[in-house]
Design a protein around this ligand. Structure first.
Ligand SMILES: [Fe+2]
Ligand SMILES: [Fe+2]
Length: 343
């Protein structure tokens, strides 16, 4: 008991100055402009137990630092931060876990701006893909899948009309769900059965991530209003659960539904392109995130973005019809190697 008290005291004495000394923290934070990390040797088990992590805005610490140094002036940056206009980089995360995100650069040596994806996840879309390919419904369940999707088009057309930017953004919030649900269920199945997945978990999660990048792109073009956000809440609540149940009951039909949804997405993006070409939608410069993600030229436009997104949808169409075909032929997905990195 006595020994553990001594150990605890030494831990507080050791940890205390590192984490609660203003001088130590401000010194580190003011050294870097946007963020700072404190690296503490995690080999000491007591340190690990005594302090988990501390996160706080730089503002407070910087103010403390200013007061200590007697400086009263606020620069523009600090004013901005106070008014809430500062971005996430204005906050520092103090941790002793020693995780250094490192600095990633582009091929030309300039700094990589995105933390949500890295250069090795970017690609050039394969635009040679056949956009007209269609799976003619054969079985009863194929017809169920086909007509379910067709019937969903009517209310979608009615709601969005020709607002293709908004339509794309909203539909991507739905399109990013099936891959994640399928991947999740296959992941759990792999754990339950102590078996490999054939790469399908990763392939489906890749698809979900790719769809989410479509959303990240289109939200730069069409800013969601409060009622758009409310609609996404409602639709996600229903669609996630419906797709989850459908995948549990019949993965073959669930993949077929997504295959047809992707066929509809190709159609929607083709209409989107027509509207741009007709001059009804302004062909604005491509969002920066799209230029980096699809390795587009710096002068790329919205039209270029729609073309690469449409090619992605065609790839998703193929993957999901393929997955449904595997089930239809009485096999399990793991028996056929998943099309990883299929863009
Ligand atoms: Fe998409
Ligand atoms: Fe898609």
């Amino acid at each position: 008991m006595m020994m553990s008290r001594n150990v605890a005291r030494s831990a507080v004495a050791h940890v205390g100055p590192r984490f609660f000394s203003t001088a130590r923290v401000t010194g580190l934070l003011t050294a870097g402009k946007s963020s700072a990390l404190i690296h503490v040797n995690p080999s000491n088990g007591l340190e690990r137990k005594a302090v988990t992590w501390i996160r706080f805005p730089v503002v407070g610490v910087r103010n403390g630092s200013s007061m200590a140094s007697g400086k009263k002036e606020e620069n523009e940056e600090e004013k901005k931060r106070r008014s809430g206009d500062g971005d996430l980089n204005d906050k520092a995360i103090i941790s002793y876990w020693g995780i250094d995100p490192g600095t990633v650069t582009k091929e030309d040596g300039t700094k990589w701006e995105w933390s949500c994806f890295k250069p090795w996840e970017t690609y050039k879309a394969d635009l040679s893909i056949d956009l007209k390919k269609h799976h003619a419904p054969i079985t009863f369940l194929d017809n169920v899948a086909y007509w379910t999707v067709k019937s969903l088009r009517f209310p979608t057309d009615l709601f969005f009309q020709r607002r293709y930017g908004c339509r794309a953004m909203m539909l991507e919030t739905v399109a990013a769900v099936p891959g994640m649900v399928g991947g999740l269920l296959l992941h759990c199945k792999s754990l339950r059965r102590f078996e490999h997945s054939g790469g399908w978990i990763k392939a489906l999660i890749e698809e979900a991530e790719n769809e989410r990048m479509h959303l990240m792109t289109f939200m730069e073009v069409a800013q969601p209003k409060w009622y758009d956000r409310a609609l996404v809440f409602a639709v996600q609540g229903v669609f996630f659960n419906a797709y989850f149940l459908a995948y549990l009951i019949s993965p073959k039909t669930a993949h077929r539904v997504v295959g047809y949804l992707e066929e509809e997405a190709i159609h929607s993006y083709t209409e989107f392109l027509k509207e741009i070409d007709n001059g009804n939608i302004e062909n604005v410069p491509a969002p920066a995130i799209a230029i980096d993600y699809w390795r587009l030229p710096p002068d790329a436009t919205l039209r270029d973005v729609v073309i690469v997104v449409r090619a992605d949808e065609a790839h998703h169409r193929d993957v999901n019809h393929f997955a449904s075909d595997i089930h239809h032929q009485g096999h399990e997905l793991k028996e056929a190697a998943a099309p990883l990195g299929y863009h």
